[in-house]
Design a protein around this ligand. Structure first.
Ligand SMILES: [Zn+2]
Length: 63
């Protein structure tokens, strides 16, 4: 089972409870066959932090 996450282009950003930044975004859950199976809330800031912690580097890009 390989589920992808697709961010919506003009989704409004909501304040994240974990980090406090307004980077909580509605994203679509896409199944392996390309069908949308649901929606989820993803905080891009928390995702970046997790990735940075995994690779040991700090993300440069900021919006
Ligand atoms: Zn967050």
């Amino acid at each position: 089972m390989n589920t992808r996450i697709a961010f919506k282009k003009h989704a409004p950003s909501l304040p994240c409870e974990r980090c406090g930044y307004e980077s909580l975004t509605v994203a679509a859950l896409i199944d392996e066959d390309g069908s949308v199976i649901g929606q989820t809330l993803v905080c891009t800031t928390c995702r970046e932090r997790r990735r940075a912690a995994a690779t040991g580097s700090v993300p440069v890009q900021r919006s």
